[in-house]
Design a protein around this ligand. Structure first.
Ligand SMILES: NC(=O)c1ccc[n+]([C@@H]2O[C@H](COP(=O)([O-])OP(=O)(O)OC[C@H]3O[C@@H](n4cnc5c(N)ncnc54)[C@H](O)[C@@H]3O)[C@@H](O)[C@H]2O)c1
Length: 321
């Protein structure tokens, strides 16, 4: 399948990964490109590059869990392909669990129902490595048991099951992309931020860094541009349909080492303190990417240090404006 000439919708396109995906899709020359985002955490400024490179980009500030509104947009814009990126993130699920679960499930179910009713043709659904829970074995391949530890992870897993069961029941055109921890420019650094933007901003301000638990918990960090490149390749490859495909670096990094790496790049000398572990924090993550290798010859280009340098530069610039 080609993306050129297609009408494409990205939900959550004003967010971190979604906005990079929008930038990447533009390189494929779509006929129409539409973003739906209610700006819960997303920001219109994340679409600045996209608007420069693709002046006809359409933006709807809209709740993607609203069936009638989504039906109207998808019909009106004659959408062929939807990339399902909108999400309420993990940290929100620790303070508003019911709402997080309800919205994450609703946003995906709305799209599945519209796909079933032939309002569009192809759904590229975004899952999360959080659905695996803590590694029982590494690397975590797609056959690893699914033992989510947080309401967020449960909502992501429920959404994945909804996609795969709609696909099987109604014979749809879907694929599920399952990335491990993304990092890069534009990651939300406000409320409900992730570890990398928090550490960078604290270090830039010379403030102490707080790490949940002993910091020996590990994650697999993959640079956002590698993830969106791979997502576009997966979307173009028809043989991926019905599959769930991990995207990861395959490298396990302890949070303590990640913080040290950032401080080292910044040559910052700030104290690191440890507080009680966050509830539901997975202990060990390291992704297996044999399926991604098989289908799209996936090989992440950006090493952690190089990606962190680019990310730090972006946050430095942001702080200076
Ligand atoms: N960031 C990561 O490390 C990571 C890792 C694995 C999977 N993922 C998945 O990637 C996808 C994108 O995540 P992200 O990190 O870019 O998150 P993000 O929070 O930066 O972006 C999500 C976007 O969804 C929007 N949104 C939330 N609720 C909405 C609603 N009701 N209607 C419309 N828009 C809504 C937000 O405003 C935001 O712009 C999600 O599916 C997430 O689960 C992310």
């Amino acid at each position: 399948m080609k993306l050129s000439g297609k009408s494409i919708l990205v939900t959550g396109g004003a967010g971190f990964i979604g906005s990079h995906l929008v930038d990447r899709i533009i390189q494929e020359s779509p006929a129409n490109l539409v973003v739906v985002d209610n700006l819960f955490l997303g920001k219109e400024i994340n679409l600045e590059v996209a608007r420069r490179d693709y002046s006809s980009l359409k933006f709807y500030q809209q709740d993607a869990a609203d069936y009638e509104a989504m039906k109207k947009i998808i019909s009106q814009e004659r959408i062929d392909i939807v990339f399902n990126m909108a999400v309420i993130p993990l940290p929100t699920s620790l303070v508003r669990p019911r709402w997080t679960v309800e919205i994450n499930i609703a946003m995906t179910t709305v799209l599945c129902d519209l796909l079933k009713d032939e309002k569009f043709k192809t759904l590229i659904h975004f899952s999360s490595s959080e659905v695996y829970g803590s590694a029982l074995r590494v690397p975590i391949d797609e056959d690893h048991p699914l033992i989510p530890c947080t309401p967020y992870a449960a909502s992501k897993l429920a959404a994945d099951h909804i996609v795969s069961t709609y696909d099987k029941t109604f014979g749809l055109d879907t694929v599920t992309v399952r990335p491990f921890n993304n990092f890069g420019p534009r990651q939300n650094d406000g409320q409900f931020a992730g570890i990398i933007p928090i550490v960078i901003n604290k270090a830039l301000k010379g403030e102490p860094i707080t790490i949940y638990g002993d910091g020996k918990q590990t994650r697999d960090f993959v640079f956002v541009e590698d993830v969106v490149d791979a997502t576009v390749e997966i979307s173009k490859n028809d043989s991926t349909r019905g599959q769930t495909i991990n995207l990861a670096s395959g490298i396990e990094v302890a949070i303590n080492d990640l913080a040290k790496e950032i401080l080292d790049i910044l040559q910052a000398n700030v104290p690191i303190t440890h507080v009680e572990a966050r509830p539901g924090d997975v202990r060990r993550h390291c992704g297996g990417v044999l399926l991604a290798k098989k289908y799209i010859n996936f090989q992440p280009k950006t090493k952690l240090r190089e990606g962190l340098r680019k990310t730090i530069e972006w946050y430095k610039k942001k702080q200076s404006v």
